[in-house]
Every structure is written in structure tokens, then in C-alpha cells.
Design a protein around this ligand. Structure first.
Ligand SMILES: *Cc1c(COP(=O)(O)O)cnc(C)c1O
Length: 376
């Protein structure tokens, strides 16, 4: 059986976790959290990176920082994970979905401006498959209308747009370290990158249950107290220890993933050239992280048949998001602006093939051979 996903594992997670157990400091913001933070800040260039228990929590923190209030509107693609929308719905916002571009599956930046109303407060681009949205256009629209930009960069760790690290271009960005992502903190985890200086102090307070405990630990205040609303958005040191082992290997993992992605692409190019399938498109400004390798079939029926075909050959594959605007909650909390020209149609054609660190060349050969035989 070729699995669809296997969580990354470097071997150093165990000794690091043992180190935490031995230190008897298990709660958040210990040595490993600090090391992860330092690594992420130095890699991204962002001044303030806070580890969180998940990307979902990082997005919730971003919604609090953006001071989203009941009645505010937040623009995002419908082709995304529920957490992108939930974080803002929890603050009372109405979600305004706009269509995606069929080439990258990212929000169509040219449709955003038309969806803006006097109640619009934020734009939330989602960097699907670790391939950046057209951020120059999105940032200039945000500037023109004085909107906040929060990047859902859950899939975008180690990806760039015009040499800028994803998650650092907007006011804030959210990373995921869930076990299905390129790097994990032991199953669940995330980080919030806070680029807007005015949000950085408040982000620490919100993360520490609304207290200034972070400043207290740094010796900046002599006691800590309740300052603001907040919650517990710190992961355990055990999670940080797991993550640190992965961050130390991040370059090597990324290089191996890219090699797998390029191998897939090369093997399947003839099928794409003869018009049987479509392959992913990477805009020139984007350096991606091989978060996923997907193909597009003719339609949903062909996709189901191909999935079955692969399953019979012991190969797992997966489709992806059911567009949020078609869901019960999506209809309650959101509306689709404009026409759904591509969101539903393209989501029904997309099929993800196995992708993880450690996927072998012979596995890719077996998978691509199986796809080829299906179309023969
Ligand atoms: C994985 C993912 C999330 C959620 O991440 P968690 O860490 O599981 O909370 C949010 N948005 C996108 C686009 C994702 O892919």
C-alpha cells in the first residue's frame, strides 16, 4: 500500500522530547518553543512569530488582532479549509466568498475589488498547495481600501512570492504544523507570524490568556496582570521539541519534496501534453514547497473512477475541499459574491496523489504508471 501521507520524522524528535521530560519544564514557552521561534523568525524575517496549538488557533488570534466585529465582512476563497472561515465567523463576521483562478486554485485577485463593501474589514488569501496568491495585487487593493490582510499560509511553510516568505506579506500569517503538512509539531500545531508592529505586543497578551505574562518573564514588568481579552494559545514544550527536530531539517526535507514533485511532473507530462489530465501550474514569481502534487481529471466521474483504479492497485489518493459556500454553515455565515465559475467545477476535478518526505522514486513510478494505464 502506498499511503497518501506519512508524517515527517527525522529521528531527533525522540531525544528532544526526552530532554523536555528530563527538564521537567513541560508547559509552553520553554527552551524548545524559544528555539522554534528563533528559527522561524530568522528564516522568515518576521519580527514576531508565536507558536500556537494549531493553524486554526493562529487564525483565531489573527481575527482578534484585526478586531473583527459582528457585521464585518471578510473576503476569502470558498475553496479552503473550514478554519479559514470559522476564525472570523467566531467574531461575528459575514464571510464573502469569491471565485478562484483555475490555474493555481487560489483566490482570483481580479475579483476581490468588486466584492468590497463599506463593511469589508479583511482579505484572507489562502496559499493553496504552498503556491502563493497574487500578493502584489491583493496588497494594493488592501491599501486602497484600508483593509487588513491575513494570510492563511497553513500549507506555505518554506514557500516564497517574489522572494518574500509566505505569511510575512500581510498584516499577519498563519502556519500549520499538523501531521499532514510539510513539518509537524507532533500531530497538531501552528504559528502566527505578526508583521504589523502595532499588533505584536497585543498578540503576546492574547496568547497568554489576556495577561502580560510574556513581558513579566522577560523582566519588563515586575508582576503580570489581566490586560485584555485572550485565551490559551500556547502549545506544550513537547510539541515544540518535536517541531524543532523538523525545523533543523527543513531545507533537506524541502529539497526531497521538490525532487518528488518534479519527478511526478516529468512522469506525467506526456499525459498532460496529450490532453488527458492537467498538471499544476506554478507562476514565475512563486517558489513553492511541494506541499502537494495534484492532477486534474476531466470531471468528477472520471476522478472517482481513477481513485478506484488506484485503490485497486494499493495506491491511496484524495480529493480535497468541498467548497465552503455549498456547505450548511457556509450558507448560514457567508455568501458567494459573483459567479461560481471555477470553484465547484475545478474542485471536483482535482485529485491529490501521495506526497510526503520519504516517498520513494519507485513509488512515484508505480503511481504514475498506474495513472498512465488508466488513460491508455
Ligand atoms: C491545514 C489547514 C488549516 C488548519 O490547520 P490546523 O493546524 O489543522 O488547524 C487551515 N487552513 C488551511 C488552508 C489548511 O490547509
Amino acid at each position: 500500500m502506498i499511503s497518501f501521507n506519512i508524517p515527517p520524522y527525522t529521528g531527533r524528535e525522540r531525544p528532544y522530547i526526552d530532554q523536555v521530560l528530563g527538564s521537567q519544564h513541560l508547559a509552553g514557552d520553554g527552551a524548545f518553543t524559544k528555539a522554534c521561534r528563533k528559527w522561524l523568525e530568522s528564516y522568515s524575517g518576521c519580527e514576531s512569530v508565536l507558536l500556537t496549538p494549531s493553524c486554526t488557533h493562529a487564525l483565531e488570534m489573527a481575527a482578534l488582532l484585526a478586531e473583527i466585529e459582528p457585521g464585518d465582512e471578510v473576503i476569502m476563497p470558498s475553496y479552503t479549509f473550514v478554519s479559514t472561515a470559522n476564525a472570523f465567523v467566531l467574531r461575528g463576521a459575514k464571510i464573502v466568498f469569491v471565485d478562484i483562478r483555475p490555474d493555481t486554485m487560489n483566490v482570483n485577485e481580479r475579483l476581490i475589488e468588486d466584492a468590497i463593501t463599506p463593511r469589508t474589514k479583511a482579505i484572507v488569501p489562502v496559499h493553496y498547495a504552498g503556491v502563493a496568491c497574487e500578493m502584489d495585487t491583493i496588497m494594493s487593493i488592501a491599501k486602497k481600501y484600508n483593509l487588513v490582510v491575513i494570510e492563511d499560509a497553513a500549507q506555505g511553510v518554506m514557500s516564497t512570492y517574489k522572494d518574500k516568505v509566505l505569511g510575512t506579506i500581510g498584516d499577519a500569517g498563519a502556519y500549520s504544523f499538523h501531521q499532514t503538512k510539510n513539518y509537524t509539531s507532533g500531530g497538531e500545531g501552528g504559528a502566527l507570524l505578526v508583521s504589523t508592529p502595532a499588533w505584536q505586543e497585543r498578540a503576546e497578551i492574547i496568547r497568554e490568556k489576556g495577561t502580560n505574562r510574556s513581558q513579566f518573564f522577560r523582566g519588563q514588568v515586575d508582576k503580570y496582570t489581566w490586560m485584555d481579552i485572550g485565551s490559551s494559545y500556547l502549545p506544550s514544550e513537547l510539541n515544540a521539541a518535536y517541531l524543532y527536530a523538523q525545523l533543523e531539517e527543513a531545507e533537506a526535507i524541502n529539497t526531497r519534496r521538490i525532487a518528488s514533485w518534479e519527478n511526478y511532473y516529468k512522469q506525467l507530462q506526456p499525459e498532460a501534453e496529450s490532453g488527458k489530465i492537467e498538471l499544476p501550474y506554478i507562476p514565475e514569481e512563486c517558489c513553492h514547497n511541494a506541499h502537494m502534487f495534484y492532477i486534474k481529471t476531466k470531471d468528477v466521474e472520471e476522478r472517482s473512477a481513477l481513485m478506484e483504479w488506484l485503490k485497486h492497485r494499493n495506491i491511496q489518493s484524495a480529493f480535497h475541499y468541498v467548497p465552503l459556500h455549498t456547505s450548511r454553515a457556509g450558507q448560514t455565515f457567508g455568501r458567494f459574491h459573483g459567479e461560481d465559475e471555477y470553484t465547484t467545477k475545478e474542485s471536483e476535478r482535482l485529485l491529490r496523489l501521495p506526497m510526503y518526505d520519504g516517498l520513494r522514486e519507485e513509488d512515484i513510478k508505480a503511481i504514475t504508471d498506474a495513472v498512465r494505464r488508466f488513460y491508455a
